[in-house]
Ligand binder design. Structure first.
Ligand SMILES: [Cu+2]
Length: 122
């Protein structure tokens, strides 16, 4: 199940890789310090890493995204269920607070809907 998903994703990534770099390289800004308890997520040529994060219901949950390469489609991160979309400038930590008021699984992905990843709250 996981391998099938990964394979399908790889094909999509390969097919779109050429047309996926829409932004020029910017100067890397210094990363701001992450709040305590935050989970760091790297956006690189393989997508988001880790691709699955879990938080306890009711606890403060923060994700800190940092893009480390220009060779990726993940120049922004989108949380469709939260209606959140943030640019990920290379080398800059971008903090997103995750609501943990109820059990659920949230998806996050790049702007084109590839690199699907998840946050589980339970
Ligand atoms: Cu993409």
């Amino acid at each position: 199940m996981i391998s099938g998903h990964t394979l399908a994703l790889s094909i999509v990534v390969a097919a779109l890789a050429v047309g996926c770099k829409e932004k020029p390289a910017g100067d890397a800004a210094p990363a701001s310090p992450a709040p305590p308890g935050a989970v760091k997520i790297t956006a690189d040529e393989n997508g988001f890493k880790p691709s699955s994060v879990s938080f306890k219901k009711g606890e403060t949950a923060t994700l800190v995204f940092t893009r480390t390469t220009d060779d990726t489609c993940a120049t922004e991160v989108v949380f469709p269920e939260l209606d959140v979309k943030k640019d990920l400038p290379k080398g800059t930590a971008v903090t997103i607070d995750i609501p943990t008021d109820k059990d659920r699984k949230l998806t996050f992905q790049c702007g084109m809907g590839m690199y699907k990843s998840s946050v589980v709250i339970n």
